[in-house]
Design a protein around this ligand. Structure first.
Ligand SMILES: C[S@@+](CC[C@H](N)C(=O)[O-])C[C@H]1O[C@@H](n2cnc3c(N)ncnc32)[C@H](O)[C@@H]1O
Length: 225
């Protein structure tokens, strides 16, 4: 009887170990997206990658990132700019939308090591042709960018949102969507930005909460003129 219990116990342990090892070669660690055959497989790989992404408090929440992706797709945005890449969680989500639209996303990151990590993650999900991460201070990088933009996501230094916006302004098309993160928790730091958006008749703004995770909110701004 004891022998049967021991064998059953060993079999259960083996099953658990097998399940864990199958899990541990999940999308997060594999670099085989290039070998996946169908768009459905690639989509599944990316969804799993997003689900298992090692997010920290700096990252956008899963709900916010999904909202960004949906906004990119439903506005058919073609050229996007993210200010503050971190490790690329938001960029991957928006990048999926830009890829479907046949567009491109530029994401700007101050810290060189963080920018490398962002590029690494973008490559892991096969979005390197759609998303370009540029290292450097966004306030220096933005004026060097060429062409027009129709989608902007602000998520770097909160007190600089108005400066990022002013730097982007010459390149913003009428009809552009600007999304700014952390507008509830960091409202004071970005008061100049929020006051401008609330009072300027060329812009329409609403503050939304796509996720309860951080008790924060995002401003969704539409450039009317
Ligand atoms: C909140 S995190 C961004 C999170 C990311 N958007 C996401 O969706 O997961 C802010 C990032 O902005 C970067 N940053 C801060 N000031 C910056 C600047 N002036 N130019 C570019 N990046 C900046 C920080 O290094 C940090 O990685």
């Amino acid at each position: 009887m004891q022998y049967i219990r021991l064998v059953t116990g060993l079999m259960m342990m083996a099953a658990i170990l097998l399940a864990v090892s199958v899990q541990s070669i999940s999308a997060q660690d594999r670099e085989e997206i290039g070998t996946l055959a169908s768009p459905a497989d690639i989509q599944k790989f990316r969804e799993e990658f997003i689900k298992n992404f090692h997010r920290t408090g700096l990252n956008t929440t899963i709900g916010d990132a999904a909202f960004l992706r949906i906004m990119v797709e439903c506005t058919n945005a073609q050229r996007g700019l993210e200010v503050g890449s971190f490790n690329g969680f938001g960029a991957i989500n928006m990048g999926m939308g830009f890829e479907r639209n046949g567009g491109h996303l530029f994401t700007l990151e101050l810290d060189p090591e963080t920018a490398d990590k962002c590029r690494e993650n973008i490559k892991k999900v096969g979005l390197e042709k759609t998303v370009t991460c540029i290292t450097g201070d966004a306030l220096q990088t933005i004026p060097k960018l060429k062409g027009k933009f129709d989608f902007v996501f602000l998520d770097a230094a909160k007190q600089d949102y108005f400066n990022y916006f002013k730097a982007c302004l010459p390149m913003l098309k009428v009809g552009s969507v600007i999304i700014a993160d952390n507008v509830v928790q960091s409202a004071r730091a970005m008061k100049d930005f929020l006051d401008f958006m609330e009072n300027d008749p060329d812009y329409d703004m609403v503050i939304i909460r796509a996720s309860e995770e951080k008790g924060d909110g995002m401003a969704v701004i539409y450039k009317l003129k």
